[in-house]
Ligand binder design. Structure first.
Ligand SMILES: CC(C)(COP(=O)([O-])OP(=O)([O-])OC[C@H]1O[C@@H](n2cnc3c(N)ncnc32)[C@H](O)[C@@H]1OP(=O)([O-])[O-])[C@@H](O)C(=O)NCCC(=O)NCCSC(=O)C[C@@](C)(O)CC(=O)[O-]
Length: 297
């Protein structure tokens, strides 16, 4: 099994989308560019969603249009429908992510439609993406629990992941949106999905609400996953997931992976400096690893 793990840095999108005050566009651009300088290969940059739904990312065109893209780094953006696709393409996005959930109740709150309707909405987006040579990632939220309906059957996660895969998504990210998962449950969910979608096309996306994210990632690495989503300084949270805290911190994930002898290509000290800076800008706590290694140095 490969010892290389791809980290998908979601800080500039998932990390910022729920921040309460308007973050200057310059800060967002600087964050994306500084993250790309740490060795990260994928930096999810922003979302082309409806502004009233996510006011914080209403400057998506300006952010994406102004970043200096580093060769070799991918900059996917979230797209909920054809309108989002057109906006993203107009400013040169060449990789997108569509997003739905394994829970009807969450989907309704998040994107105002049923799961089936969301898949119908994505069909023309995926068709255009295929024609344009645009890579598409598909997110499935609430894979280990929903803030509105509670338990989410694994069969539902499989059904939605399969549908996204069949529709042409190159990668499916399985999101524990509210961070309720525990390692055995996370591993079982992943292994069950992997019977229908190849493990090489799966990613895991954990929030750290109950402090389980690293343990969950470890269990999923053991099961064979090699793509992990995380957010610098543990920024983040979905506005439609009540009580959910931030994503797992990228610094903590990289520290754990280094300890396991796995390769990410990321300069942990450089990443810790970016985490320290953005946490200061947003008046948010630092990651555990970031704090520790900066203090030691
Ligand atoms: C999906 C919609 C658009 C449906 O929203 P809707 O109100 O049902 O859509 P609509 O088609 O009826 O359009 C309503 C208005 O929005 C406009 N509109 C429509 N689409 C767009 C667009 N793309 N860009 C800009 N404007 C748009 C549209 O033009 C119209 O404007 P009006 O005519 O009233 O002036 C809305 O609910 C939405 O944007 N939701 C986004 C919610 C979101 O971004 N949530 C966070 C991301 S998901 C997440 O964080 C979880 C994840 C991925 O991280 C994984 C995990 O942790 O689980």
């Amino acid at each position: 099994m490969s010892d290389h793990v791809t980290i998908v840095e979601v800080g500039p999108r998932d990390g910022l989308q729920n921040e309460p005050y308007t973050i200057p566009t310059e800060v967002k651009i600087e964050l994306i560019e500084r993250l790309a300088d740490t060795g990260l290969g994928v930096v999810e940059a922003t979302s082309f969603v409806a502004a009233p739904a996510i006011p914080q990312l209403a400057d998506a065109e300006e952010v994406f249009g102004r970043i200096q893209r580093k060769p070799g780094v991918r900059y996917p953006v979230l797209v909920p429908n054809e309108k989002g696709y057109e906006r993203a393409r107009q400013v040169g996005a060449d990789e997108i992510a569509v997003f739905t959930a394994a829970s009807e109740a969450f989907n309704k709150k998040n994107i105002n439609c049923t799961i089936a309707e969301s898949l119908q909405r994505f069909a023309p987006v995926l068709e255009r993406a295929r024609a344009d040579g645009v890579r598409v990632r598909g997110y499935v939220s609430t894979v280990l629990g929903c803030p509105y309906q509670g338990e989410v059957p694994v069969a539902e996660v499989v059904r939605v992941a399969e549908a996204l895969h069949e529709a042409g998504c190159a990668e499916i990210s399985l999101g524990d949106t509210i961070g309720v998962g525990t390692p055995a449950k996370a591993r079982t969910m992943l292994e069950t999905v992997a019977k229908s979608v190849p493990m090489e096309q799966l990613a895991v996306h954990f929030h750290d609400t109950y402090g389980q994210a690293l343990a969950n990632i470890h269990a999923c690495l053991d099961a064979g996953v090699r793509v992990v989503d995380s957010s610098v300084a543990g920024l983040g949270g979905c506005p439609y997931a009540r009580g959910a805290t931030g994503n797992v911190a990228t610094e903590d994930v990289v520290y754990m992976l280094n300890g396991l002898g796995m390769k990410t290509g990321i300069d942990l000290m450089a990443l810790a400096r970016v985490g320290d800076w953005i946490a200061g800008e947003l008046d948010r706590p630092r990651s555990r690893t970031g704090q520790a290694i900066l203090k030691r140095s």
